[in-house]
Ligand binder design. Structure first.
Ligand SMILES: CC(=O)N[C@H]1[C@@H](OP(=O)(O)O)O[C@H](CO)[C@@H](O)[C@@H]1O
Ligand SMILES: [Mg+2]
Length: 567
């Protein structure tokens, strides 16, 4: 940071009025002493009252710069901490097509977040010169446009104030969408930026979002019937009120539609958020929320706190819990889409594939490759990696095991689906269903509502109960453990995080234990969101999976301590 004063004289100088406004407006939001902020996999996320307002103020500046860099495109800012406890909050930037902020810019966000108030004017000038001055375009004179929203957390309004303060200092044109789910905000961003393109994404309003989804759902159902009702646990987060809104547009059961029972939709009690409910609780505890009174074989699903993630589950008649996680949604969706494409007579024209991370259950990967005969790509953790990889297919289905994911249709796929001349009523039906899926699926980002409706459509077309869906393959028993080490950064993973490159020797120890285990697979990687190393292990039996996880955790502990004692 000190280096900004050692730079040659900038080519572009920022008016004092703007620099002063940036410093003055930041006054209520000082940089806390001794804290270091980093833009990670999920943007910035932390306890809301220890300087997050300073970080949000800085993010306003990033969004303004980014909008100019992307030719006055509308950039999004979302205030949420997803599945974290109620006292946390966070902020992330949404790029023009509704995807995550380009990785290279995470560094500028980090730099700005760690800048003292007095230097905001200077760093803005420096970044303007570094990022916005090029010989051809007068990028720095462009306008900036930003849209933003927050989830239901109590700290949200204060953070929005901090955001507006920096946007005002820079004369940014902005729209405050109030309270939205994360995917709804991504939807708005993409709508704004595709308004005048050949493929407009839709109407940039809440009603526009709900109407698009509801109409596509009706079309995709094609008169199929959904058996029984679906119970949706909204984690006492923003998904609750927004799902109630969406239901006003969706056809109900007596109208060939869907019967949804909304639970955990209390946004009045702040401490209820994500407490003993929600997708993260269900996935990590492998059990239904204690408040659930679902009967055997009833379809249930849980959203996370900002509704960008979903898992399904049911209990059987022995009250045993069965989880249908992101891997299951990916296989169901890919299978359905591939089948429809075959029936429509366009199967051989489309490259359909699935993208997973190393956390995907090995049985799901084998099922996709051997039974569904579709290619599978594995990427590092974090949706931005999966999203990017999914673009390599005409239709790319991507999901993390924990329920983040969506399906991407590229231009080639859309042209083929919309342009194919059906040769029979069967082909016509399948083509129309596929066409509806293009709108039903939120292609900007994983969206719990959209994924839920896609799942319901796929189950209805197959006339499958959750048990039928579960029977498609048998998960390998697995175990996830979290190991706290002195410095997680010494653990460097390669090969889509499936192997450790350092500390030297650690991978050989892991391999040793894996080779001793029947159907064993295990890996260790530093978490991108928590100060810990995660260990995943799977094997043919639960006992072996647990044993292998413990052995690998011990390797991580030993090498973590060894690295610390050397430094
Ligand atoms: C094993 C696991 O579930 N990891 C999660 C978690 O990342 P870590 O880097 O493992 O902390 O948070 C990410 C952001 O929400 C999510 O994308 C990812 O799937
Ligand atoms: Mg989330």
């Amino acid at each position: 940071m000190d280096s900004i004063f050692n730079q040659p004289k900038p080519v572009v100088t920022i008016q004092d009025e703007v620099k002063n406004a940036l410093v003055q407006n930041a006054a209520p939001y000082p940089l806390p002493e001794g804290k270091r902020f980093q833009y990670g996999t999920a943007g910035f996320r932390m306890k809301a009252d220890v300087g997050l307002d300073h970080v949000v103020y800085a993010v306003g500046i990033v969004a303004a710069l980014r909008s100019k860099r992307r030719n006055e495109a509308t950039i999004g800012v979302m205030i949420t901490a997803s599945h974290n406890p109620a006292e946390d909050n966070g902020v992330k930037v949404v790029d023009p097509m509704g995807d995550m902020l380009e990785q290279e810019w995470e560094e500028y966000a980090t730099q700005l977040a760690n800048t003292e108030n007095a230097l905001f004017g200077d760093i803005y000038e420096k970044l303007t010169n570094d990022l916005l001055v090029d010989p051809v375009h007068q990028v720095h004179t462009r306008k900036s446009k930003v849209v933003f929203a927050r989830d239901t957390r109590a700290s949200g309004p204060h953070l929005i104030k901090a955001l507006k303060a920096s946007l005002d200092a820079l004369h940014v044109e902005y729209t405050d969408y109030g309270i939205l789910t994360t995917p709804m905000l991504h939807h708005m961003v993409r709508c704004h930026n595709t308004k005048n393109s050949p493929r407009p994404f839709g109407e940039a309003s809440e009603a526009g979002y709900h109407k698009k989804m509801a109409n596509a759902f009706k079309k995709a159902m094609y008169g199929r019937k959904i058996k029984g009702h679906l119970t949706v646990d909204c984690a006492n987060g923003v998904g609750g009120p927004k799902l109630h809104d969406l239901l006003k547009y969706l056809p109900n059961a007596s109208n060939d539609g869907i019967d949804i029972k909304v639970v955990n939709d209390d946004v009045i009690k702040p401490e209820a958020l994500n407490y003993e409910c929600g997708a993260d609780y269900v996935k990590t505890k492998q059990r239904a929320p204690p408040s659930s009174n679902a009967v055997p074989f009833e379809r249930c699903c849980s959203l996370d706190g900002d509704a960008d993630r979903i898992v399904y589950y049911f209990i059987d008649d022995n009250k045993e819990f069965h989880l249908l996680d992101g891997d299951r949604i990916a296989t169901l969706a890919a299978n359905f889409i591939a089948d429809q494409a075959r029936v429509a007579g366009i199967g051989d024209k489309l490259k359909i594939g699935v993208v997973q991370t190393a956390y995907a259950n090995g049985a799901s990967t084998e099922y996709i490759q051997k039974v569904m005969k579709l290619p599978v790509d594995c990427t590092p953790t974090g949706v931005k990696h999966l999203h990017h990889a999914a673009k390599r297919f005409d239709i790319g289905v991507y999901f993390e095991a924990n329920g983040h994911g969506t399906v991407l249709f590229n231009d080639n796929a859309i042209d083929i689906i919309k342009g194919h001349d059906p040769q029979s009523p069967g082909q016509k039906h399948a083509l129309e269903s596929l066409d509806a899926l293009i709108d039903l699926i939120n292609q900007a980002v994983g969206d719990a509502f959209s994924d839920m409706l896609l799942t319901e459509v796929a189950l209805a077309h197959r006339a499958w109960s959750p048990q039928d869906w579960m029977n498609t393959y048998i998960d390998l028993p697995n175990k996830l453990v979290r190991v706290v080490v002195p410095d997680r950064n010494v653990f460097k993973a390669v090969d889509a995080e499936r192997r450790l490159e350092s500390p030297a020797g650690a991978q050989a120890r892991i391999d040793h234990y894996v080779n001793l285990t029947n159907r064993g697979r295990a890996f260790a990687r530093a978490s991108g969101t928590e100060d810990a190393v995660r260990v995943y292990a799977e094997a043919h039996s639960a006992r072996d999976a647990e044993k292998l996880a413990n052995q690998v955790a011990e390797v991580v502990e030993t090498y973590g301590m060894r690295a610390a004692s050397k430094s």
